[in-house]
Design a binder for this molecule. Structure first.
Ligand code: KG4
Ligand code: ZN
Length: 337
């Protein structure tokens, strides 16, 4: 069964055709990133306007590259939450119109569930497994006990990991998105040059808190500017990245040990990070656990992952009508629409 996936939760307008949740037939992405870079971050109104301009062409191209027409599609899966409302609404309304006109089932998909499903596109992995989902807006440790069965074990109390990296990058004067810039520059820096904290949340050993770490780097930059002392940006980036990755890995390791998981999966934009990937490999090797990492091309926002999760949601009976709405926030484990 072929699913057409549509994604517009942030600044990527994407459409893809995926067969049986695993086999990618096409994967088209139009991004407003270059324009957003001028503003140092995503400007929601610009993102929505670019989605509205490009969604029709992106969906047509996805069908054309998959060498199929809408008649060959079994269901339309669309990201409906969480994300930027104005952005989500473009994808949701396009999908609703297409579903009604082509008489196809409409399957709403949670954005973080789809990030996890990115792993189904490059491997035969099946739940149950323990997943670290780290993106620009979320940082979760989730037990994935079935394709549509999740339990949140830990999450961030303030900033997401990607958000902290992006804000740190901005404080260091690196190009947006800071996460990618920090990953690129860190190998030429000394990760032990600055002793950043490894914040813990009292009484919640699997939760994250990155706001203190973010404040620490902003203060370090301001102090050096005030005193006129020079700091190597690569050292700062490498030290900050090391602290973020340490927090992620140590909580993930504790959760896997405490809850008895030996299959570990990474997902979300930050799962493209080189240090996070190598440290998770080391951790899994230490314990003899299986590790699944998404292909780099499926780490960031794309619609192939939406179509993959859409397939399993379809099998579970998830359907929406033409009153489907978009939601800025939505827990991963209790999805309502
Ligand atoms: O999942 P994603 O594409 O969008 C959201 O759903 O938020 O994640 C975007 C986040 C940004 O914060 C970006 O800086 C981060 O992923 N990111 C990275 C890397 N590539 C993207 N962070 C660290 N290292 C990378 N290589
Ligand atoms: Zn995302």
């Amino acid at each position: 069964m072929k699913i057409l996936g549509i994604e517009s939760s942030c600044d990527e307008t994407a459409a893809a055709v995926v067969e049986n949740g695993r086999c990618v037939k096409s994967n088209i992405i139009a991004s407003s990133l270059e324009e957003q870079k001028l503003y140092g971050g995503v400007v929601p109104e610009i993102a929505s306007r670019r989605h509205a301009e490009s969604i029709s062409a992106v969906v047509s191209e996805a069908l054309s590259q998959a060498e199929c027409s809408i008649n060959d599609i079994g269901a339309i899966a669309v990201t409906f939450a969480p994300g930027l409302i104005g952005s989500l609404l473009v994808g949701v309304n396009f999908a609703k119109g297409l579903a009604v006109s082509a008489k196809k089932p409409l399957v709403p998909v949670h954005h973080l569930r789809s990030h996890i499903a990115a792993n189904y596109l490059s491997s035969s992995i099946e739940p149950p497994f323990l997943c670290l989902v780290v993106s620009g807006g979320h940082s979760h440790i989730a037990a994935v006990n079935g394709y549509t069965d999740y339990k949140v074990i830990g999450k961030t109390r303030d900033d997401a990991a990607g958000e902290a990296l992006d804000k740190a990058g901005r404080a260091m004067g690196l190009p947006y998105p800071g996460g990618i810039s920090i990953d690129k520059i860190s190998p030429s820096g000394n990760p032990n040059a600055f002793d950043f904290p490894h914040p813990k949340v009292d009484g919640a050993p699997y939760d994250f808190s990155f706001s203190g770490l973010k404040t620490a780097i902003i203060n370090t930059v301001h102090n050096s500017q005030q005193k006129g002392t020079e700091i190597r940006t690569a050292d700062l980036a490498a030290s900050f990245q090391k602290s973020v990755v340490f927090c992620l890995i140590s909580n993930l390791e504790k959760a896997a040990l405490d809850f008895g998981y030996n299959k570990i999966v990474l997902a979300g934009g930050v799962s493209a990070n080189s240090l996070l990937r190598s440290e998770s490999e080391k951790m899994c090797k230490r314990h003899g656990w299986d590790l699944q990492l998404p292909l780099l091309k499926y780490c960031g926002d794309n619609a192939a992952m939406v179509a993959a999760q859409g397939y399993y949601e379809y099998l579970a009976g998830t359907r929406a009508g033409s009153n489907l709405n978009a939601y800025a926030t939505m827990p991963i484990d209790i999805v309502k629409f």
